[in-house]
Design a protein around this ligand. Structure first.
Ligand code: SF4
Length: 492
């Protein structure tokens, strides 16, 4: 059997980091981990090819070679996915769809030949045995969640790793929290399930033996959802592993209450975690209450962020406007929070309602839904009718972006962060990509860019005052260029 694994193109968004990736000669942030895991679940003797449209294109015989196309994607890839399914069918290639996009709204894909929904470790074996018996059904689904020990090491051999900025692994699925707008718990449940450390170390060793020597992204939606396992099992093993693999560093996603646990922050930093993405959402208590974001309530989140920075971990933050309880001052309050906290990578988006969430149900009942969301919550689009009115929301949103990504504000925030940030051991080796990025940043940001004055001020300030953080300062300057570019091309 010949299987073509297809990952549709992700649009140019804040999340794609497309304009920053050019500086390090990479084409995409991270590879399609779900498809690589599915590839490892397929029989060994089947032939597999992967085409990730974010880094490559179809070869001339790919479609005629294949017996089945397996397509996976997220909401963000809805449109290119529909086009790809059509292209497969024009080439008489049956399509198997799986992953979050299909699992959250399977009825929106009547054209797909076989829908393998939910977590593939449970549903894929049923499809494979029916396929071998010649009786594959249209839909395979389950309400259960598998033990992650059933999840194999992803098939890294299908990748051209050179084209990606990071590799991805997954330690846990599920999140104990109940945020109203989030579909993670719809997909993976509330009880965090984890892999044993031996399994994770085997995955990291597999990546290392394929030649990977750079950052690795733990794509868990809340990496600290199961603290006991993390502290007693995975982190001690990672700290030990990294003693012999110091060139590898990690990033992940956590909740803000990481700031309450000094031991956990120290362990994460020792294990090589350099940054965490945290859903801050809003400084407005009433909105946190509205969204059932209990873990963010009744706390000083600016102080929390600074504490995490002081423990050597950079916070990247997600922010949302468009809640029912947003006061007219919300746009200014978000700007103030972002500037004071020193969160350089601040992703601000409009509230959207993914299908399957409590928010979706609530707004549907209230007649306030506008169809499907784009999946990119920072593209200025939304599928909800906000209480403040769409025009007010969009105007306020543009005001936030114009402000926080303007060179003056962006570099000011970057300096606030660099002053607070106290990294542990800094890896001082510099890669060829980093040298290339430095020279390109000098040209793009320091010579032709509108931000050149701010760039050079930060360049010399960091060089003399925080020399160990110089590569990080350049990387974050380049991110700023990306954010401004996306705003110019797609938002303003
Ligand atoms: S903490 Fe994050 S992953 Fe968990 S439910 Fe809330 S938004 Fe979703």
């Amino acid at each position: 059997m010949n299987i073509l694994l297809l990952y549709p193109k992700i649009p140019d968004t804040f999340w794609s980091f497309k304009h920053a990736l050019k500086f390090i000669r990479k084409r995409a942030g991270s590879p399609p981990l779900g498809l690589l895991t599915v590839a490892a679940l397929l029989p060994d003797h089947w032939n597999k090819r992967l085409v990730d449209f974010n880094v490559s294109t179809l070869g001339p015989d790919d479609m005629s070679w294949a017996d089945y196309a397996f397509i996976s994607g997220m909401d963000l890839q809805r449109e290119p996915t529909h086009r790809l399914i059509e292209q497969c069918h024009q080439n008489n290639l049956p399509v198997v769809g799986g992953g979050p996009l299909f699992s959250c709204a399977p009825d929106k894909f009547p054209e797909v030949d076989h829908l393998v929904l939910g977590e593939a470790e449970i549903t894929l074996p049923g499809f494979l045995s029916d396929l071998q018996a010649g009786t594959p059904k249209n839909r395979y689904e389950t309400a259960q969640h598998p033990d992650l020990q059933l999840s194999p090491t992803p098939d890294w051999s299908l990748l051209n790793m050179d084209r990606y900025a990071t590799m991805s692994v997954q330690y846990s699925r599920g999140c104990p929290y109940h945020c109203e707008f989030c579909n993670v718990t719809t997909l993976f449940g509330h009880a965090p399930r984890t892999k044993p450390s031996a399994q994770m170390i085997a995955e990291l060793n597999a990546l290392y033996s394929q030649g990977w020597r750079d950052q690795i992204f733990f794509v868990d939606d809340n990496f600290i959802g199961h603290r006991k396992h993390l502290k007693n099992d995975l982190l001690p093993a990672l700290i030990h592993w990294r003693e012999t693999h110091p060139e590898i560093s990690f990033l992940t996603e956590t909740s803000i209450n990481l700031a309450d646990d000094p031991e956990l922050m120290t362990m994460l930093s020792q294990a090589g975690f350099q940054s965490v993405f945290i859903g801050i959402e809003t400084p407005e208590e009433a909105c946190l209450h509205e969204a059932s974001k209990s873990q963010n309530q009744n706390r000083d989140m600016v102080a929390d962020v600074k504490r995490i920075h002081q423990n050597g971990i950079q916070v990247q933050g997600g922010f949302i406007v468009g809640f029912d309880n947003d006061p007219p001052s919300i746009f200014e309050r978000q700007i103030q929070f972002i500037q004071q906290s020193g969160i350089v990578v601040a992703m601000v988006g409009l509230l959207q309602a993914p299908s399957g969430t409590k928010l979706y149900e609530r707004l549907q009942e209230a007649g306030r839904l506008l169809g499907f969301m784009s999946g990119d919550n920072v593209d200025g689009s939304t599928n909800i009718l906000p209480k403040m009115g769409l025009d007010t929301l969009k105007t306020g949103y543009r005001h936030i972006l114009e402000n926080i990504y303007s060179p003056k504000q962006y570099y000011q925030r970057l300096k606030t962060f660099l002053k607070d940030y106290k990294p542990g051991k800094v890896n001082t080796s510099v890669s060829r990509e980093e040298i290339f990025a430095l020279f390109r940043s000098i040209f793009q940001l320091g010579i032709v860019g509108k931000e050149r004055l701010y760039y050079w001020k930060l360049f010399f300030w960091t060089l003399f005052r925080k020399p160990k953080l110089f590569p990080l300062a350049i990387t974050l300057s380049i991110y700023g260029y990306h954010f401004r570019k996306v705003c110019e091309l797609h938002v303003f």
